[in-house]
Ligand binder design. Sequence first.
Ligand code: SF4
Length: 298
Amino acid sequence: MKIVVAGNSGVCFGVRRAFSLLEEAVSDAEKSGKKVFMLGPLIHNPRVIAQYAERGVDVIDIDSIRENSCVVIRSHGITKDERAKLDRFSGITLVDTTCPYVQRIHQLVEKRSKEGFAVLIMGDREHSEVRGITSKITGAFFVIHPAEFDSKNGKLLDFIKTHDKIFAVAQTTSRPANYDFLLKRSRKIATELPGHRFLAAETICTATLKRQDSAGELAKKVGSMVVIGGKISSNTAKLFQVVSEKNSSSFWVESPEDFTSSDIEILKNSESVGITAGASTPDEQIAEMKSFLGSLNG
Ligand code: SF4
């Protein structure tokens, strides 16, 4: 069995940066004696979170914050209200790992909404990144998920009709084809309305795009594909979607233990297996998978 790891797999720039800031916080805390907390899991990878728990770094929610502790804000960012809540605690050291690409969306929507634009967001309204984005908007906004393009088309139409200035952004992990579709549809409606303006920003993260493209290309060439990543990681879910559209023998696991015996039979019978991994999968987990698949050759 030939094993090929897709280019651009695994930890992205934002997550690497977040972990480097967390490591700095852990090392500073050893000197200051402050307890370090992650405000929500830093990444959607249970194995990595468990490794940090062993080192005394626990995940908490905003209502369990303790004074005089060190609180690490994750790369998806937080809402304006959560930030205000944190600022009320005394003696807190805040380590903000919000990805610069997410910060850019915050700045864009804040600026445009202050200029009177209503903001159209493509993404998952329950995702912390989108909640953080909407919290920066001072006026009207509308969030639509690609799965709702048909069911919410009437609401989208109403939103565009009732606001003569619209500014669109997409959640960083979105699929470009979906965003293009939404922009075309929305722009068409807006341009047919006299005096309406429609602006859009390119906010989809290139790390996500590159990872999806490389994985999609590899999926076409190999017998089976393995996608590594947490089951609640939205970028891994999208990666799996891209891969499984190109290769029907695709598996999404967090670690080799997740394979069933029938999965292993399929893998053993594949002449070639491709590996890709979500943005929250460290290099060691990719190496572990590679070595596991290599062991099936024997
Ligand atoms: S996927 Fe992109 S936006 Fe998200 S943390 Fe990584 S670099 Fe930042």
